[in-house]
Design a protein around this ligand. Structure first.
Ligand code: FAD
Length: 485
């Protein structure tokens, strides 16, 4: 387990009178105090931290949310915004001292408007991402944010972590998909920035402050999201490649032939695939024999006559000739396409039955991925023989989830005690390649120390000044992103 303690100042318990006043605003349904009801909100998705809070508040509207925040601010009680609680960095989990009020957006889950002519959709913060995808599809459009947890994560959560996912290569990160925001500020005021404009150069772009802020600057209550044309021709290939460098040369080849059609380019190693095949029922190896490295390619176009299958076949034939692809299959139906994607999307869950997993969500310049992978694998293997690297991820963005599965036969606790040592080893290599220690999962509680180590001088000072300007009492998600001090 990560064991660098965060030293928050001692905090008083939440006054029971405040809980009573909150209940008057949100009613019994929106004010959970029963241990059983609040338990799921106290633990982070990875099971690294179990926090404590006397109350989980679920406002049903922006007005209720604003009033709850105003009451907490008046009582100087810290707040933890929570969406789907699937943060990979324990950003939505309260600390253990029971001094915080958790504010969940679960009941603020309406799609307020869909505007196909403007290619935009207005959703409340608690809308599950999958529901937004479905609503966009019904309107003949695409909401392109897509990742393994999109059936759990909600709009406010993905914007607050600036999630990336499978289609970043084509459509950008979550922040690139937002036109406007509505936010409850830390004193309870509502900023109505729900503009759906494509062009609006009117001063500082405030919405970008709240995206990626992980709930430290306010509570996002609604967003105007950008839609894209719905793809009508989608082709998916699963390819074995001789090594990581070949994977990137394959990407360059595809970009040269038809770059704008590439909507995903994902990497996985044999070890990860073998875990999916072993632990996830209904999965099969799509290729005849085992290979050490794979990529999943998706091409898509809104044109029904884009002939992407022929284009992909021709590209892969050229890649085979050049020795960049050892074997490949192109999905021949929607079911096959889903089956290939399942191999990639189950990669996170498939690691769990193998015991402890130390997580690194890193990015380096795309060209540096092969060197990073080789150096990081060598470093962790030398430091802990038997460790099983399980790298996978969005290689087209230079983003690798360099996860490390425990050696067979080692006790889980003993392995997890190695967390900081292994992460430090990997991060040192990331730093040498000019990369980031957190590509898309954010900082949360898990990496607050690391942010302070990596971002020095004016950069961290500026972040602290922004925090102080927007949340002068420091009540929003204390100890997350910016460590105390
Ligand atoms: C199986 C799986 C696969 C994943 N794959 C990817 C991937 O490929 N790419 C990727 O980028 N991520 C991935 N993730 C992580 C994902 O990005 C996050 O889980 C998600 O963005 C968090 O959304 P959430 O609604 O669960 O937010 P939470 O976990 O509830 O909160 C996340 C952070 O945002 C804050 N927050 C939540 N709601 C609000 C709000 N309304 N206003 C202000 N702050 C708020 C919280 O305080 C916390 O700091 C994956 C997760 C899972 C479970």
């Amino acid at each position: 387990m990560p064991d660098r303690p965060l030293e928050l100042p001692p905090r008083p318990p939440v006054p029971p009178a405040l809980i009573g006043r909150i209940r008057q605003v949100v009613g019994d349904r929106g004010c959970l105090t029963e241990p059983q009801a609040i338990a799921p909100h106290m633990k982070d998705w990875r099971g690294l931290f179990v926090g404590r809070a006397p109350v989980v508040v679920k406002p049903a509207s922006t007005a209720e949310c604003a009033e709850v925040v105003r009451l907490c601010a008046e009582a100087r009680v810290p707040m933890v915004p929570q969406g789907g609680n699937s943060s990979m960095a324990a950003g939505a989990t309260p600390f253990e001292d029971g001094a915080e009020v958790v504010i969940s957006t679960a009941r603020m889950n309406r799609i307020r408007a869909v505007d196909p002519a403007n290619m935009s959709l207005t959703a409340e913060a608690g809308c599950i991402v999958k529901a937004v995808q479905d609503a966009a599809e019904q309107a003949g459009c695409l909401f392109p944010l897509s990742f393994g947890g999109d059936g759990t994560a909600v709009v406010g959560g993905v914007l607050s972590t600036n999630a990336g996912g499978n289609n970043t290569l084509r459509y950008g990160n979550a922040r690139d998909l937002v036109l406007g925001l509505e936010v409850v500020l830390p004193d309870g005021q509502v900023w109505d920035g729900l503009r759906s404009l494509r062009k609006d150069n009117t001063g500082y772009c405030l919405r970008h402050l709240f995206m990626g802020a992980e709930g430290t600057l306010g509570i996002i209550t609604a967003a105007v999201l950008k839609l894209a044309p719905r793809p009508r021709d989608v082709q998916v290939a699963f390819c074995a490649v001789p090594d990581v460098a070949a994977a990137l040369r394959l990407l360059t080849l595809l970009q040269g032939r038809d770059g704008p059609s590439i909507s995903a380019f994902e990497y996985m190693a044999r070890f990860g695939l073998s875990l999916v095949l072993k632990h996830v029922p209904g999965t099969t190896d799509p290729l005849a024999g085992p290979h050490e490295h794979y990529v999943l390619i998706e091409l898509s176009s809104p044109r029904p006559d884009a002939h992407l299958k022929e284009s992909l076949e021709a590209a892969l034939a050229e890649a085979v000739e050049q020795g960049l692809v050892a074997d490949a299959v192109i999905a021949a139906s929607d079911a096959q396409r889903a089956a290939l994607w399942k191999l990639r999307e189950e990669m996170s869950d498939a690691q769990k039955p193998e015991g402890g997993s130390i997580k690194n969500d890193i990015s380096v310049p795309v060209s540096a991925v092969p060197a990073f992978m080789a150096e990081a694998s060598a470093a962790v293997t030398a430091a802990l023989p038997g460790i099983r690297p399980c790298p996978f991820g969005h290689v087209g963005d230079g983003n690798i989830h360099f996860n490390l599965t425990q050696p067979e036969g080692m006790a889980r606790d003993a392995y997890m005690a190695e967390w900081d040592r292994m992460v430090d080893l990997v991060n040192a290599i990331v730093r040498r390649h000019g990369g980031s220690f957190s590509a898309e999962h954010g900082i949360g509680r898990l990496k607050a120390h690391t942010l302070a180590e990596w971002r020095e001088g004016p950069e961290i000072a500026l972040m602290r000044r922004i925090k102080a300007a927007i949340d002068p009492a420091g009540l929003m998600n204390q100890g997350k992103v910016l460590p105390p001090g």
